[in-house]
Write a protein that binds this ligand. Structure first.
Ligand code: GLN
Length: 496
């Protein structure tokens, strides 16, 4: 097989080719970089490339294969890293001017795990500034474009990671998900993306946004690859006090398990109203597919879902206002020049360094936490958050899995919502609840709409039941046969 075909394959297929010595890990990188160099200016998925790191790891893999040594499951499989995750010796910008020249002095725990697993990091991917956004239009650098249609957004905030995997610039990617930032771009770009249970993956070395909501998670083009990467990055870490001290299960162990008799709840509030007709049809088809597999379907009402956007935008902005206080021009990052006093330096650094959306969030969060308003906003939001979690707990007493579309609509046109923050926030309606409740959730591509844009189906599982979720996703993936649609589409499109 030539490398052009190989870069479109799944990690499992690429591994087979590596072990059979049909290709070298360094040759896979050569082929990827050729594409990235030709297409990154247009798609804008990478902020920077990390060739030194990638080739060093790939060479190790090639040596081990030549020596007949055992290899971790994803050794040699290229990965794109969201540019808010630290990789020692390389820039971590969070797509913000305030960190434009920041070089990380240490590895995030997930980056350490990538190295242990001999996974080459191809580059750092573009995002909405500090992961705040749903379209990638808030990056201080480039807009990322959706590889399926360059006039559309890729979704956000991990738009670069999703676009990279979708455009065959990488086999795998990591993103972060505070309120849907992995699942929404996965849905818009026609790939698989997953947010683990809160605490499953260490947040050490991830640039903090909303610390009680943030999780790092995987992107891939197949459910199996996504599960393998989820397993590789999971596990207890003493550097993150919220990380769970539990054994990591084999995430692929149940992939092909029969789901006959299992119960799936369709979230009523995300079924009955507000869905684009094509999305509704895809959801109905997915429901039918599960019925054909022998699962039982019932409608489940989560009545408090209607408050989740309000709750999220108080909790997330409050935490962001606190987390982003550290960018003051003193210790690292951008410092405004020609200031005469410390206060002037703080003010100018932050005024010049942060973009509009980040400033909006800091102001909203500071307001929600201010004395006199704390009880009315932040405390009330936390109380509602608990009730939303309770709703999920009750639902999972009745069903094994919940499902809904990942987004009520498919990718929208670049610029069409950027002047209207509220319309933008509403795209998160189906995804943010999982972050508020801390449960695992994922998006998998299921169908195309009438404009040939991907539609994602979201699965939401009880706490720590990632392996069950991958099982349900794997079954639906087989029905959707989406990878063929993806490859056919890209046969005539951007990938030359
Ligand atoms: N769109 C959401 C926001 O802007 C989600 C962000 C995220 O998950 N990082 O806050």
């Amino acid at each position: 097989m030539n490398t052009e075909d190989l870069i479109k394959q799944s990690a499992s297929e690429q591994r087979k080719a590596l072990l059979n010595k049909e290709v070298k890990a360094t040759e896979i990188l050569d082929a990827l970089y050729k594409h990235i160099e030709a297409e990154n200016a247009e798609i804008g998925d990478f902020n920077s490339l990390t060739q030194d790191e990638a080739y060093e790891t790939a060479k190790k893999v090639d040596e081990k294969i030549a020596n007949g040594e055992d290899l971790p499951k994803l050794a040699g499989i290229p990965l794109a890293l969201k540019d808010n995750i630290n990789l020692k010796g390389f820039k971590t910008t969070a797509s913000s001017k305030i960190l434009e020249n920041f070089v990380s002095p240490y590895d995030a725990t997930v980056s350490k795990k990538l190295k242990e697993n001999l996974i080459p990091v191809v580059g750092k991917t573009n995002l909405d500034e500090f992961a705040m956004g749903s379209s990638n239009e808030n990056s201080a650098f480039n807009n990322v474009k959706n590889p399926w249609n360059l006039n559309k957004v890729p979704g956000g905030s991990s738009g670069g990671s999703a676009a990279a995997v979708s455009a065959y610039h990488s086999t795998l990617a990591l993103g972060s998900d505070t309120g849907g930032s992995i699942r929404l771009p996965a849905s818009f770009c026609g790939i698989v993306g997953m947010k683990p249970t809160y605490g499953r993956v260490s947040r050490y070395g991830l640039i903090a946004f909303g610390s009680s909501l943030d999780q790092i998670g995987p992107f891939a083009r197949t459910v199996e690859d996504c599960a393998l990467l989820a397993e590789a990055i999971a596990g207890y870490d003493e550097h993150d006090s919220t990380s769970l001290n539990l054994e990591v299960p084999d995430m692929t162990q149940n992939l092909n398990k029969d789901i006959k008799g299992m119960k799936i709840g369709v979230i009523k509030e995300l079924y009955e109203t507000g869905l684009a007709p094509d999305v509704r049809k895809a959801l109905d088809d997915a429901i039918q597919a599960y019925k054909n597999l022998g699962a039982e379907i019932e409608m489940i009402s989560l009545p408090l879902i209607k408050y989740s956007i309000g709750v999220y935008y108080i909790v997330a902005t409050a935490e962001a206002s606190s987390n982003l206080a550290r960018y003051d021009g003193v210790k690292y990052g951008y410092r405004a020049p020609n200031c005469e006093s410390l206060i002037e330096m703080y003010n100018k650094t932050r005024a010049q360094g942060f973009g509009e959306e980040v400033k909006r969030r800091i102001m909203l969060g500071t307001y929600a936490l201010s004395s006199g308003y704390y009880d009315a906003y932040y405390k009330k939001a936390q109380q509602l958050r608990r009730l939303i979690k309770n709703d999920f707990d009750h639902a999972f007493e009745k069903v094994d899995m919940l499902m809904c579309p990942t987004c009520p609509d498919t990718a929208f046109d670049i610029g069409s919502k950027s002047e209207d923050p509220l319309a933008m926030y509403l795209t998160d309606i189906a995804t943010i609840t999982a972050n508020l409740a801390g449960i695992p959730a994922m998006s998998l591509p299921f169908a195309l709409d009438s404009n040939k844009m991907p539609i994602g189906i979201q699965l939401l599982a009880p706490m720590l039941k990632e392996d069950r979720m991958f099982n349900f996703a794997y079954k639906l993936e087989q029905v959707a046969d989406f990878n063929n649609k993806h490859q056919n589409n890209f046969a005539q499109k951007t990938v030359c």
